[in-house]
Design a protein around this ligand. Sequence first.
Ligand SMILES: CCCCCCCC/C=C\CCCCCCCC(=O)NCC(=O)O
Ligand code: ZN
Ligand code: ZN
Length: 455
Amino acid sequence: IRQECLIIINYAKYILVIKLSPSTSQIYFNFSVYVSFPTIFSSSLIQHELVANYSHLFWVQGSQPDLLPYLLLAHTDVVPASESDGWDAPPFSAKEIDGFIYGRGTIDDKSSVMGILQALEYLLLKGYAPRRGFYISLGHDEEVMGYMGAVNIASVLKQRGVQLLFVLDEGFAVFDGLISGLEGPAALIGTSEKGFATVKLSVSMIPGHSSMPPSETSIGILAAAVKRLEDNPMPRLFGYGPERGTFEHLAHKFSVPVRFIMSNLWLFSPLIGWVLERKPDTNAFVRTTTAVTMFNAGVKENVIASLAEAYVNLRIHPAQSLQEVMDLIQSTVGDQRVKIELIDGSDPLPVSSADEKSFGFQIIKKTVLEIFSTVTVAPGICVGNTDSRHYKDLTSDIYRFIPIWFKPGDTQRFHGINERISIKNYEEIVAFYFSLIQNCDIQKLPEPHSSVHEL
Ligand SMILES: CCCCCCCC/C=C\CCCCCCCC(=O)NCC(=O)O
Ligand SMILES: [Zn+2]
Ligand SMILES: [Zn+2]
């Protein structure tokens, strides 16, 4: 396992270098996977191709071509990491501390890249031949929106006339102890994801000598605009989107007084929203979030800056549209001197099925319960964005879930410091995909209880 994790981490390291030397990281990845998964690369059931130079598409042939295929998705790139931010181990060392492997990408989502491939390798070694064919797609630029990797893979599949039964990507996880009053862990399967907007704010001004400053500078005007956005969060919308279904599903797992509140969301949504907004990870369920992520201005300490720019990254609650968010930014900033530009954005994603007849949801749920018998499974709205949104023309059912455990304090590791995965959890991830691939081989789901009763 440690060897695999080292491959994960070292691979992540090379992906980071991709901007300087893409071919090096590619060669390194190919070398790693060929060495680690020889059976996959020698199996007559598997076709592997590179898309957009660096993304990987695998087709695993099923013995029953009449069964609609599905797609397992993950990505090979990572966000940057710097040891000087306060990591307990160098972020690309894969150092093991107390049963955890530390490293950028261990949660997001190299544990899934390796987990999927490892599970497939084991299945092939056992002589397993799937009945239902499936694709594995490993994008190389998810962290910069997937416009090269996922977009091109989706377009290749579309050109080939592929229709998918469902897609399973990263996103949600198993949450334990994150919401007070909720008894036991909850596996949230993302049936949708929030929209997003990246907005650039800028102020331009004639530069001059700092000894004779104007009463307001470009930096001061922009800083005030950014502060207004932080001081005036987007409206609380808890209860108006699919997050309502999540809490309805989980209601019976809350301790008694809270259970009553959770079971009556028609009355208590504002109260629950008020409680959830107190913590950044649960606030993400409540509203469109606003994060000022970049601020650039000034070239010299004695020159009035001619240009100040800030980037604001928003994640849009499903009860709002991109246009509504842009209008609110405009009115909150309320200063004509601040130029507001939408750099990129999208509305929230459609909601996938999660009922008893939903093949993808039910198979993922069954697999989760096989591995973790004590968790409660519920649908949820993923608060981050994933490559899976580029596949929405190929299927109506997209799910976002990796069985990674998040305990208190762990959500900050996502894109943060001390990202890590326990060795035990990595084993569980391999077991999850190992089981999922076999569970997908049923022809169709058993009849739901309700229709049996009707008969
Ligand atoms: C029982 C309910 C507890 C809920 C607590 C939810 C806390 C959410 C924590 C983590 C999930 C974050 C998922 C984000 C996945 C996005 C992957 C990614 O980085 N994409 C790029 C991007 O969004 O910019
Ligand atoms: Zn990710
Ligand atoms: Zn990420």
